[in-house]
Design a protein around this ligand. Structure first.
Ligand code: ADP
Ligand code: MG
Ligand code: ZN
Length: 725
């Protein structure tokens, strides 16, 4: 039977996926083969179908005992005679299987690599007619991989002992050069044919989110994706515990997996997830190898993974059925520190440590990339013909291209002047004119570049330098505390031979006001609670917390957690005191809470972003963006299109005026006020000026006119800010 017929007959599939047929053909020709295919690409079928085309037995070496049973059950279902031998079987069971093998009744035999240490076992099978040794997850053989398994290094010795001269096929999803070379070398593949197939998984979308409240995001996400299966990866056991606990207490079907659980727990939890008894798996990177659940719809990374290989393998677990699936990475710069700590505490060999720091550096570049995220990954794996995926948050969102050559020159010349190698934080300190003792110790305050970027926040400057690093306009060493150095491109920029054009997401500015009457109510509650508990009120909540509540108006647990000073503990203790009051206040005063969505949606999607505004090295601010929109659209269409509030848009108009003086184009407020209202407002303004809104409103009220704020704001804008033609 040929490969196509086998595919149909045993697996029920109509056509091969990319690469499968060639790989099978090569193996059947008895040519050693290394196949690199993305996770979910369909590697198993390659050795399974070739096993049916060769006579004799195929031995599959696979690292995870827990998964062998599933794999074997599923191919038995397909009518292929397969067995596994691992420590879950007793000697009698193993003996039975070997007898079957001797009688020619076994096609595929899965074994764990540890088994290869047993001379007794080897002597029992070395005379079988073994035609293929398939090594799954072959990167486990390499120290440079991310799942090194010492017993994988025994494989070659085992192959040499077998009398029937089997063909060797190796499979992995890891494609870095070192790992590839190691596989060929350590497994001693003979004249191997190496296949490396397009690494893109088109059905996976990639999104990287920075600066958000991770827990709230996750709660929100699972709420909106209730019936879907997904994995939430965390860097530490502690974090796994905490996130699974939060989801659990919010009544989601969640389970967990990490190295601190015992075997039974791990197995049970894994099965709960695979068999859809629990839809959410919260896990460390210990979870997932070999999991072939086809319908995992999302992977959320709560922390930055330690390297691109691990990241791509982890997100690769989504969407094996080729249906659209989402991969979301929640980035926080603290994760870099955490990863460094993990590398230091888990790896002792200095060379391997350095290698891991280098890999972490690439991961950092990845999250700061302003180009297609997939392109970054595929480039990393050596597939350089890929341009754009149109399926990641860098491809899909609207950008403004901003000329930041001046900023780049400031940063680069500062590094140049600092002479000795320093890390990013030190450079930021100098640029922002920090009074940090270290700066003075090294006399860096004397440099002409000291304090030349003091108009930037630390975070913004860090982000900018990270972008330069990611674009390779600047470089960093591969150490735990990397130092930054200039390269040829940096020099070109400094000499003025190259511009630095950077894509920048359009951001909304959110203007929120505190609400004094609610604040008073909240203070009252705080006093009550403080008396009950016999503690001073500030120990319940600080003024800052109360103010924040009066601004953000939290109505449920997730929103309450967003409040400055509200942690798990205070949430549980005080939510029942404060949340009902806030809810009632919102109802009583019919407050429009749509601004909350604005807080959540950080990036504006525009269908047709106008890019005519000159960019003079500064980023375009939200108010500029909106003013641009107002050139062609009336006030209320802009409000509708971007779902913002009236007062927000007025604030943008006022900010623009303050920043640029007169507005030299008309804004269409479309009958926001009547002629009569206009003259009433103007009369009052004549008397008391237009600097403050509230007195104007109160003055009008004294005259018995109730005129809403937007009308007053519109009249002011029209009469005083917009240049009369
Ligand atoms: P991996 O490369 O990660 O080991 P698997 O071998 O587990 O991937 O295959 C992933 C999924 O794709 C499995 O559910 C498998 O049955 C399915 N699959 C493999 N090849 C094909 C094909 N040619 N057509 C349809 N589905 C396939
Ligand atoms: Mg596999
Ligand atoms: Zn993309």
């Amino acid at each position: 039977m040929n490969a196509n017929n086998i595919l149909k007959k045993y697996f029920g599939y109509d056509s091969f996926r990319k690469g499968q047929e060639e790989i099978i053909t090569k193996i059947v020709e008895k040519n050693d083969t290394l196949a690199i295919m993305p996770t979910g690409g369909g590697k198993s079928i390659c050795y399974q179908i070739s096993s049916l085309m060769l006579d004799g037995i195929t031995i599959v070496i696979s690292p995870l005992i827990s998964l062998m049973k599933d794999q074997v059950d599923s191919i038995n279902e397909n009518g292929i005679k397969a067995y596994y031998i691992n420590s879950s079987l007793d000697n009698f069971e193993i003996q039975d299987i070997l007898n079957e093998a001797n009688m020619g009744n076994v096609k595929i035999l899965y074994i764990a690599p540890e088994r290869l240490k047993s001379n007794e076992f080897i002597s029992q099978i070395k005379n079988l007619n073994i035609s293929q040794i398939a090594i799954d997850e072959a990167h486990c053989v390499s120290q440079w991989g991310h799942d090194f398994r010492p017993s994988y290094t025994d494989i070659r010795n085992f192959i040499d002992i077998i009398n029937s001269n089997p063909v060797v096929s190796a499979f992995t999803a890891t494609a870095t050069k070192e790992v590839k070379e190691d596989i060929v070398k350590i497994l001693k593949l003979k004249n191997p044919k190496v296949y490396s197939f397009g690494f893109d998984r088109e059905n996976l979308s990639i999104e990287v989110l920075k600066g958000i409240n991770k827990k709230n995001y996750i709660l929100d996400y699972v709420k909106n994706n209730k019936d879907k299966s997904g994995i939430i990866y965390c860097a530490t056991r502690k974090e796994v515990e905490s996130i699974s606990e939060i989801l659990n207490s919010n009544h989601y079907d969640v389970t967990k997996y990490h190295g601190g659980l015992n075997n039974l727990e791990r197995q049970t939890n894994q099965e709960d997830f695979v068999y859809d008894r629990k839809s959410i798996m919260v896990a460390t990177n210990a979870f997932g190898m070999g999991i072939d659940k086809p319908d995992i719809r999302y992977i959320i990374h709560n922390n930055l993974p330690s390297n691109i290989e691990a990241y791509y393998q982890e997100i690769g677990r989504a969407g094996r059925d080729n249906l659209d699936s989402e991969c979301i990475l929640l980035y926080d710069s603290k994760d870099i520190v955490l990863q460094k700590y993990l590398i230091e505490s888990s790896i002792s060999n200095p060379l391997r440590q350095e290698d891991q720091f280098k890999k972490l550096k690439f991961m950092n570049e990845f999250v700061h990339s302003v180009d297609c995220y997939k392109k970054y990954i595929l480039d990393y794996f050596g597939q350089d013909d890929f341009t754009k995926c149109n399926n990641c948050s860098n491809c899909n969102e609207d950008y403004e291209v901003i000329d930041r050559t001046m900023d780049a020159k400031k940063v680069l010349s500062c590094i140049y002047r600092m002479k000795k190698p320093y890390g990013v934080n030190m450079i930021i300190d100098v640029l922002r004119g920090s009074k940090n003792k270290k700066v003075f110790d090294f006399n860096l305050e004397k440099l002409s570049t000291y304090n030349i970027m003091n108009d930037y926040s630390k975070e913004d400057l860090k982000e900018f330098i990270n972008i330069l690093l990611s674009l390779k306009y600047l470089e960093q060493t591969n150490s735990k505390f990397p130092t930054v150095f200039l390269n040829q491109i940096s020099i070109d920029i400094l000499k003025g031979n190259m511009e630095v054009l950077i894509k920048q997401k359009l951001k909304k500015e959110i203007v929120l006001e505190e609400n004094n009457s609610l604040l008073d109510i909240l203070k009252g509650i705080r006093m009550e609670v403080a008396r009950e508990n016999k503690v001073p009120p500030y120990m319940i909540f600080s003024d800052i917390s109360l103010k924040d509540m009066s601004i953000k108006l939290p109505v449920d647990e997730a929103e309450f957690l967003e409040i400055n000073g509200v942690g798990e503990q205070k949430l549980q203790k005080y939510k029942d005191k404060f949340l009902p009051v806030i809810n009632k206040y919102i109802e009583d005063n019919e407050i429009d809470c749509s601004f909350k969505d604005e807080m959540k949606i950080k990036n504006i999607k525009t269908t047709n972003p106008k890019k005519e505004k000159k960019s003079d090295g500064k980023k375009q601010k939200a108010f500029e963006f909106y003013l641009n929109e107002l050139k062609t659209k009336d006030f209320y269409s802009v409000i509708e299109e971007y779902q913002i509030q009236e007062r927000t848009l007025f604030n943008h108009i006022f900010t623009y005026f303050k920043e640029y003086g007169e507005i030299d184009f008309d804004i269409d407020f479309k009958d926001l006020y009547t002629d009569e209202e206009q003259s009433l407002i103007l009369d009052v303004i004549d008397k008391i000026g237009f600097e403050k809104l509230r007195p104007i409103k109160e003055e009008l009220e004294k005259l018995n006119y109730d005129i809403e704020y937007p009308k007053i704001q519109a009249v002011i804008a029209k009469e005083f800010y917009i240049k009369k033609k």
